[in-house]
Design a protein around this ligand. Structure first.
Ligand SMILES: NC(=O)C1=CN([C@@H]2O[C@H](COP(=O)(O)OP(=O)(O)OC[C@H]3O[C@@H](n4cnc5c(N)ncnc54)[C@H](OP(=O)(O)O)[C@@H]3O)[C@@H](O)[C@H]2O)C=CC1
Ligand SMILES: O=C(O)[C@@H]1CCC=N1
Length: 272
């Protein structure tokens, strides 16, 4: 098929994030113009059954789709690029969500001039509350960023940053949902420790997390102001905050996010 005959998007790698993005795109516009490429036939069939999106081979996907969204693990990206290279040209747009992998590494593996956009999405895309952050490669212009942004806006908010900030973005919003899940898990355990039934503790904490998140997004107030409003003088909240400070939770979060950043940089270097 000629470049002008291509339309839509093929997601290459239908794992956790590939499915999150696929599900949002189908919710927004249906399955028309979408394709999926998965190396596991069983997983491919599962995605086709669930979303009505045809599973095809890589060559077929590149012939039919204008945008190829690569959603394989960073450890698999070089092998995949080796396969993709034979099928893409500068009429395609290649979007990569692989953590750490620089656009220069992708461009070097593809024919000259192929536009590449690097994106760091996150799994809340599954519920249309994703945060996706885009950076252009050397051959990608505003029109390519606009095209990638239009796709990702289907599943949440989108921001653009210089590529030099992508490893930090990965450590914050890419991995970020896991930190919140971990905190909720620990808080539910605390409810169990205090004798509450697990289901009740989970209900209380999940709704509290949601309410706190909406306040942070919509109130226009700084998290410190919001926390101060909960902390009554001589009360329960400040007793808890003192323990969090004593146990170094703030420093632990900083160290954790620094470790995620370091791992993103490391994944970007080569197949590690
Ligand atoms: N999970 C997340 O929250 C986020 C992930 N990312 C990035 O997204 C990428 C995917 O992560 P994630 O979804 O968690 O990983 P998964 O392992 O769940 O998904 C990757 C999928 O790609 C398949 N795959 C590997 N090679 C090929 C190939 N050559 N052709 C077709 N399919 C292939 C894998 O198959 P198999 O199972 O056989 O290996 C797997 O199903 C990573 O680069 C990650 O950094 C970015 C943001 C958030
Ligand atoms: O854990 C990971 O490596 C991927 C990238 C960001 C979220 N998940």
């Amino acid at each position: 098929m000629t470049a002008t005959g291509r339309r839509g998007l093929a997601i290459v790698g239908g794992g956790k994030i590939g499915e999150a993005l696929l599900s949002g795109l189908v919710r927004r516009g249906g399955a028309d113009g979408l394709l999926v490429v998965e190396r596991s036939p069983q997983r491919a069939a599962e995605l086709t059954d669930r979303y009505g999106v045809p599973a095809v081979g890589l060559a077929d996907a590149a012939a039919r789709a204008r945008v190829l969204l690569l959603a394989v693990k960073p450890q698999d990206i070089d092998t995949l690029l080796g396969l993709v290279a034979a099928h893409v040209d500068d009429g395609h747009l290649v979007v990569s969500v692989a953590a750490g992998v620089p656009t220069a590494r992708i461009e070097a593996a593809l024919p000259p001039g192929v536009p590449v956009v690097r994106v760091m999405p996150n799994t809340p895309a599954l519920v249309d509350e994703g945060m996706s952050v885009l950076s252009a490669g050397a051959h990608a212009g505003e029109e390519h960023l606009d095209e990638a942004e239009a796709l990702l806006a289907a599943v949440g908010r989108v921001r653009r940053v210089p590529e030099s900030q992508q490893d930090a973005v990965t450590a914050l919003s890419g991995s970020g949902p896991a930190y919140f899940f971990y905190l909720v898990e620990a808080m539910v355990d605390a409810g169990i420790l205090l004798g509450l039934p697990r289901a009740l503790a989970a209900d209380l904490i999940v709704q509290t997390a949601l309410g706190a998140a909406v306040m942070m997004r919509d109130s226009g107030e700084h998290p410190v102001q919001l926390r101060e409003a909960v902390s009554s003088p001589g009360g329960t909240t400040i007793a808890a905050i003192r323990e969090l400070e004593k146990h170094g939770v703030r420093a632990a979060l900083m160290a954790a996010i620094e470790a995620a950043h370091a791992r993103s940089v490391e994944l970007g270097r080569d197949a590690t």
